[in-house]
Every structure is written in C-alpha cells, then in structure tokens.
Design a protein around this ligand. Structure first.
Ligand code: ATP
Ligand code: MG
Length: 434
C-alpha cells in the first residue's frame, strides 16, 4: 500500500504535557534515542492520552532490533515467537518495546502466512511501514516524548477527533490476516465510544467465523481483555452487534435469536458487577464471569439429563463437564479458573439444604463466597430464590459471630485470590466427585 507522508502534530495542538506521560516510558525512549536509535511511544497509550484518558500501559516502537534493545537494557526479557519483542522493566513498570515491522511480502519463517492469516510477524521495517501494519488508524500514532510531537502517517489523529474507528488498508484483507482484529474493533467501540466507518464495519459479521481458526489460548486472553478491563457492559452489545459473541461462546448458540448469542439478565448483571468492582479497585476473576456466561446452557443441559433420570447433583456435574469441554475448544479456560467455575455451579443445589450438618459444611467450603455471590446473581433473574439468599446472608453473620471471624465486604465471589479460612473436615457434595 502507499504510505502517506507524515503529519506532525505539535504539543500546542495535541495538548499532551510531558508530565502526563509515564516517566518510565519516556526514560526508555530517551535511552534508545541516546544510543542513536529511533524510538516513540505508540499505540493505545498515545490514543488514550489524546482522548484525555489515563493509559493502562505503554508501548514503545523502535528501529533497534530486539538484540540491540537487549544491549541498551541488559536486564530486559525477549519474549514471543509469533511477535518477538522486548519486555523492559523500569522501576517496576513494564514497558513493551517492539521493533518496527515491515510489510508482509515473503513466506519465509519470519513472516509466515496461512490462507491470508499472519502466523508470524518478525520482519523488521521502517517507521512508516510500522505505522501501516498496525490495525486501526487511531492506534498508529507515534509520540516522541522528547520533542513532544505526534507523527501521523495514516490520518489517525483526525479520526480520533471524529471518534472514528477505521482499519488501515483493505478491511477484508486486514481481518483475514488477523481475525482477532474483529474483537479488537468491538473492544474499542465499547471502551472508547468510537464508531466504525462503513468499510470497517461492513465485513465484520460475515467474517466472524474466522475466529474459529484462532488458537484457543489467544482467544482466552482476548476474552479477559474484553470483559475484565472495566467495560464489559458496553462490550457485550458491541460483540452482539457483529455476531462475535456466538463465535466466542459457541455454547450460547442454542435457542438464541438468529445470529445472536443468548444472554439473560444474570449474564448482563454479572458484566455490570464486574465493571463496578473494577471501578472500585476490587479484584475480579474470570472464573466467576465464565460461570455467569455459561450458566444458562449448563442449567438447560442439566434439566435434560435430569429428565433422563440422573439425580440433580449428578446432572449438574455432567452438564458442567459437557458445556465446559465444548467451550474450551474455542476459548481455552486455564484449569485454575475452570475448577472454580465448576465449583460455583455444582454448589448451587446445595444452598437448598439450609439446616443441619450439610448446611454447616457448605458454609465452610472454600468457594462458599463465590457460590453465594452467584446465588445472588441468580436471584436477580429468579425472584423465588430471594428467600434462600436472605437465609444464607444471615447464616454467614452467624458464622462470623460464632467464630469471631470477619469477612470483609471485599471478599466477594469474584475474588478467587482470597480464601476464607477452612474449618473442620471438608465434605464433597454428592455428585461432584472429580
Ligand atoms: P489497550 O488499551 O487495550 O492496551 P492497545 O491499542 O494499546 O489497546 P495493545 O494490544 O496493547 O492494544 O497493542 C498495542 C498496539 O499494537 C496497538 O495500538 C496497535 O497499534 C498494535 N496492535 C496490537 N494488536 C494488533 C493486531 N492484532 N494487528 C495490528 N496491530 C496490532
Ligand atoms: Mg496497550
């Protein structure tokens, strides 16, 4: 593709003050420049700064190849195979330093393709080439923190002013090269309130099935970025708009409206809760959100299995396994999360045992709090569960009084990191043997 000459936007126009920048990112750029390399802050951080938002992390682009970056920062780590880059740690802050990439021309090992999809992207290029290999124009702005100038080769700055999301180059080709750009488009629409231009939006729905070819581990990473960064509520409708939810969560396909994934009140409430917790700096875990996303198909399948004669616990355990194994073919779910998700589900029927030893042992389960929070979510959709919720809310107060144990408000089910102390012998729920 032809490359436009760059437009330089001066500090007087972009209005970003040096003090707003992460000093460590500035330091990385300065050190590279002092060694004679070109270096810029680039990508989402420049975009967010122009929009007046605080960037969540900083990326640096340079003409130094990774080995050269390593000589400037001997303690940095070179990572990635598909996309090799350097992780530079500066006073505890991680800065990703990537070498300028060139155009995709060859099919050698550094630049592998398959049916138009880029499998490896390690061919170095110039600054201008690096600008056009980026995904959206608003992500291709280069900020020199020393000169405080922004370089724009692709019209990203005016697009940002107009809140326009525009893929660089031919959209179909760019989605085919890397279908994850479809998810990134939905994420930016939700997070930044930008609107895709017609050519960027038009092929999205039709190309959604390309996501089937993306390695499940990469899709899991994207799911975390989509739902665990504080914009989950807006992200869901953005994904639905282009039928991307179905491509991500095939288990939601059944019974959905045509083209749409099924999403009940419980799921939407879980997304809103997650956003709220992030806004309040409380920890969140994908295990809880995944439990909410897949609950409907698990419950529906458990009903079928029960109708076939399995008892309630066995049916739920079996349904959990079936749905999970269907889902992990699309998005990986690391075991540390899937185990918790399954426990949240299989503890649900146990909440009906409100008396005696069983009730006591439930309260002492390590995942009690997560499962209880999930019960509260279910009650949002099914008000008949409110009585049970009240019972277990009271029961926990009883435990606190009896044991002098304090459960802080922060210890919510979304938090898998903090564990309530386990007391007594742990009992396994019937039908959850694994
Ligand atoms: P976020 O705010 O989520 O970090 P970001 O745009 O910074 O958004 P990153 O994944 O951190 O996203 O990527 C940094 C930059 O690398 C992007 O701004 C973009 O220029 C480029 N980039 C990332 N992923 C792709 C991709 N799949 N195709 C082309 N360019 C990409
Ligand atoms: Mg980023």
């Amino acid at each position: 593709m032809t490359i436009n000459s760059s437009i330089i936007i001066s500090a007087a126009d972009h209005g970003i003050a040096v003090q707003q920048l992460c000093p460590h990112a500035t330091e990385v750029v300065r050190r590279l420049q002092e060694e004679g390399y070109e270096a810029y802050i680039v990508g989402g951080s420049v975009r967010d700064l122009v929009l007046g938002k605080v960037p969540k992390d900083y990326d640096v682009a340079t003409d130094a190849i990774p080995e050269e970056v390593k000589t400037v920062f001997p303690r940095c780590r070179l990572i990635g195979r598909r996309f090799r880059l350097a992780h530079v740690r500066m006073h505890g802050t991680l800065i990703e330093v990537a070498t300028f990439r060139g155009p995709q021309v060859s099919d050698d090992d550094d630049h592998k393709h398959k049916n138009g999809r880029i499998l490896r992207d390690n061919v170095w290029g110039t600054l201008e080439e690096d600008a056009v290999r980026r995904d959206f124009t608003i992500n291709a702005l280069f900020l020199d923190p020393v000169r405080t100038e922004i370089m724009d080769f692709v019209g990203g700055y005016p697009d940002l002013m107009d809140r326009k999301l525009r893929l660089i180059g031919d959209p179909r080709t760019r989605y085919r090269e890397d279908p994850v750009r479809l998810l990134r488009a939905a994420r930016f629409i939700a997070k930044l309130g930008v609107e895709p231009d017609e050519e960027t939006a038009a092929p999205m729905t039709e190309m959604a099935s390309l996501l089937h070819d993306i390695p499940p581990a990469r899709l899991f990473e994207e799911v975390c970025k989509l739902f665990m960064t504080g914009h989950a509520s807006q992200t869901w409708p953005a994904l639905q708009r282009f039928q991307l939810t179905r491509a991500l969560f095939p288990v939601l396909e059944r019974d959905g409206e045509p083209g749409q994934a099924r999403a009940g009140k419980l799921l939407l409430k879980a997304l809103a809760n997650t956003d709220e917790r992030i806004a309040n700096d409380k920890p969140v875990t994908p295990a809880f959100l995944l439990a909410a996303i897949m609950w409907e198909p698990v419950r529906a399948r458990a009903d079928e299995l029960q109708a076939d004669g399995l008892n309630e616990y066995a049916a739920l355990g079996e349904a959990a396994d079936e749905v999970m194994s269907q889902q992990v073919q699309r998005t990986a779910i690391p075991r540390r999360f899937s185990v918790v998700t399954r426990q949240i589900w299989t503890m649900q029927p146990r909440f009906r045992n409100t008396r005696g030893r069983r009730a006591k042992s439930l309260l002492q389960e390590r995942r009690f709090r997560a499962a209880y929070d999930f019960l509260l979510l279910r009650a949002e959709q099914d008000t008949s569960l409110q009585g049970l919720c009240d019972h277990w809310t009271e029961a926990q107060k009883g435990v606190e009084l009896n044991t002098g144990q304090r459960r802080s408000d922060d210890r919510r089910g979304n938090d898998s990191r903090r564990r309530p102390p386990r007391r007594g012998r742990r009992r396994r729920a019937p039908g959850t043997a694994k």
